[in-house]
Design a protein around this ligand. Structure first.
Ligand SMILES: NC(=O)c1ccc[n+]([C@@H]2O[C@H](COP(=O)([O-])OP(=O)(O)OC[C@H]3O[C@@H](n4cnc5c(N)ncnc54)[C@H](O)[C@@H]3O)[C@@H](O)[C@H]2O)c1
Length: 319
């Protein structure tokens, strides 16, 4: 099978490409390298094209030549999307439209990556796929990333309903693993890097907000289940089971790295400005995925230990 992965030089794309190649597939990657890195793919047989998904002709020519499109390209993360709002929304609309249009024209299957961010500040735990999206006011810039991902979902579903495009969607919840960078505010690589370097770990507010984390190998298992057994037009949550507060996460990482780093409490307003808002809790209901046979394999401690040893092997280099 020949896969085209947009955004394939990023954190998830690199792991996915390696797994697909290991399973004897062909992989072509389209990435503009804005946050992606081609060097991690040098030892693979992936065909890496440097370009943007907003280039409709390029996308069309690559889609014509592949069997399955995995659309990951995105400005990822709340902080980056806040600083690059125009690009984020354009990429979500134009980039996603380009891959959907080409998939429809050449009759190809397509997977679109979405995010738990689309649930916003919904007060329902665990959150299932049919829950409402509860986003804050547009003046609260932190919701821009959520709007972009929601737009991608709506566009994909509209192509499915109106044009018969074979789409599948999964919403990822805080995926963690080697190669993830802390440079754009992702909590786990930030904490691990600070702990390994003996620097203070920045915990926002009192750190009582909770999250679940999903190890990259579990996430890829979930994605494989969606691609192989998921319903066309279907949406699936993919996420971890262990809920933990950010303060507890910081303490756990300090203990696992045997670090003497202190914890530094930072108000949201000094990190993100006055118009920032975020949800205090986010837990996925993964029943739909489990009904297809998905079983997560990694505990949070195992996941963190794997990542810490990866960073230690890379000599504390976060990236
Ligand atoms: N990592 C997570 O926890 C998480 C959670 C929810 C959803 N997701 C989704 O998974 C996907 C992959 O995320 P990731 O964590 O690997 O992020 P990432 O930033 O590592 O990867 C995104 C990739 O897209 C590329 N890209 C950006 N603009 C592009 C453009 N115009 N054309 C082509 N490529 C472009 C970047 O260079 C990068 O390689 C994204 O769609 C993201 O929204 C990730």
């Amino acid at each position: 099978m020949h896969y085209l992965i947009t955004g394939g030089a990023g954190f998830i794309g690199t792991h996915l490409a390696k797994r697909l190649l290991h399973e004897y597939n062909r992989v072509t990657i389209l990435d503009n390298m804005s946050t992606g890195r081609a060097d991690r793919l040098l030892d693979t047989k992936a065909n890496v094209i440097v370009g943007t998904v907003t280039d409709g002709e390029l996308v069309s020519s690559l889609v014509a030549d592949c069997d399955y499109i995995i659309h990951l390209a995105c400005v990822v993360g709340v902080r980056l999307a806040m600083n690059r709002g125009c690009e984020t929304l354009r990429l979500s609309y134009v980039g996603t439209e380009n891959v959907l249009e080409a998939a429809t024209k050449y009759n190809k299957d397509i997977f679109v990556a979405s995010s738990s961010a689309i649930y916003g500040k919904i007060n329902s735990f665990p959150v299932s796929e049919e829950e409402d999206s509860l986003l804050g006011a547009s003046t609260k810039i932190s919701w821009l990333y959520s709007v972009g991902k929601l737009m991608e979902e709506h566009l994909a579903l509209a192509y499915f309903r109106e044009r018969g495009t074979r789409i599948k969607i999964a919403r990822f919840f805080n995926v963690i693993g080697p190669y993830q960078t802390g440079s754009y505010g992702m909590v786990v690589p930030t904490f691990i890097s600070k702990a390994l370097n003996g620097e203070p770990l920045p915990v926002y507010e009192h750190g009582l907000q909770t999250r679940t984390f999903c190890y990259i190998e579990d996430m890829l298992d979930g994605l494989e289940v969606v691609l192989q057994k998921g319903e066309v037009g279907g949406i699936y949550n993919i996420g971890g089971r262990n809920e933990i507060s950010i303060l507890e996460l910081a303490k756990k990482i300090i203990a696992l790295t045997d670090s003497s780093s202190p914890i530094h409490f930072v108000p949201f307003s000094s990190a993100f400005g006055p118009n920032f808002e975020e949800t205090s809790r986010r837990i996925p209901d993964i029943t739909r995925l489990q009904e297809l046979g998905y079983r997560p394999r990694y505990s949070l401690d195992e996941s963190l230990s794997e990542i810490i040893s990866h960073y230690r092997r890379s000599d504390h280099c976060v990236d």
